[in-house]
Design a protein around this ligand. Structure first.
Ligand code: SF4
Length: 253
């Protein structure tokens, strides 16, 4: 798979958002190397004039940290979601450190942060996380099954490595959550076992854009896992299992 990387200068990086619970969103990149097949953010492709398939282009907002510093001078304190249409710790972050430098700017002003990723690369920034007064770090755990992950999230890190990252963060006393969504085919008991003792809370979401991935489910004989019924049954089952372990759950569907 070829990846087209472009360094760009953004006009704004801290954006007001209407998403419940957040005041701002911050996206250090346009596009995402994880290339999840169900990704809702793929609308960014049209929006930004990219012709490459989703997962094969990335614009790196190289001026994001300096721009953020400027924006923060005037911004009212509020919760920042990192990120909403990209993964802040996708592979290129290792080289560019845009997310890290944005976090440094936010830390300077103690803006509260809610961070969500699919990558254990986030552990690199543990030193910063520990200095925030309010930060939550989430890892997406859409299944326990690596084979299922490979079908739906071909470019993202192994599930096991994400569970391990959550455990490490939790041990270091950084507040953690698992975003169990979209609910891919899984065994709920195994997923709960993987996350016990690693997370402070859990968010559960269904597959919101089933039409995008219908063909993929069919190709792999997984049609039954794309039914509304599956999401309701597995969602409630997970909720009960997590709550039995004393882990609070929010269902967002
Ligand atoms: S990691 Fe997130 S933004 Fe990136 S492709 Fe997957 S769902 Fe989309």
């Amino acid at each position: 798979m070829s990846m087209k990387v472009k360094e760009v200068f953004a006009k704004t990086v801290l954006t007001r958002t209407a998403i419940v619970g957040f005041d701002y969103c911050l996206n250090p990149y346009v596009g995402c190397g994880h290339g999840c097949k169900y990704c809702y953010a793929s609308f960014m492709k049209r929006f930004t004039g990219h012709k490459e398939p989703w997962g094969e282009f990335i614009d790196v907002k190289v001026n994001a940290p300096s721009l953020l510093k400027k924006q923060l001078q005037r911004a009212k304190l509020g919760m920042v979601a990192i990120s909403t249409v990209t993964d802040p710790y996708q592979p290129l972050e290792k080289k560019y450190e845009i997310t890290r430098r944005c976090l440094e700017a936010l830390l300077d002003k103690q803006f509260p942060v809610n961070l969500l990723t699919r990558s254990p690369l986030c552990l690199r920034d543990m030193d910063l996380f520990k200095r925030f007064n309010h930060i939550k770090v989430g890892l997406t755990m859409s299944t326990h099954d690596e084979n299922i992950k490979r079908i739906f999230e071909p470019g993202s890190p192994a599930i096991e490595s994400r569970a391990k990252a959550l455990r490490t963060l939790h041990l270091e006393k950084v507040k953690t959550y698992a975003f169990v969504g979209p609910l891919l085919p899984m065994d709920s008991k195994t997923l709960v076992q993987m996350l016990e003792g690693a997370v402070d809370e859990v968010l559960i979401d269904k597959m919101n854009y089933p039409n995008k991935v219908k063909g993929l489910y069919h190709k792999h004989g997984l049609d039954d896992y794309l039914k509304e019924d599956y999401f309701n049954v597995i969602g409630i089952d997970l909720k009960e299992r997590f709550e039995k372990k004393g882990i609070p759950v929010t269902m967002i569907f």
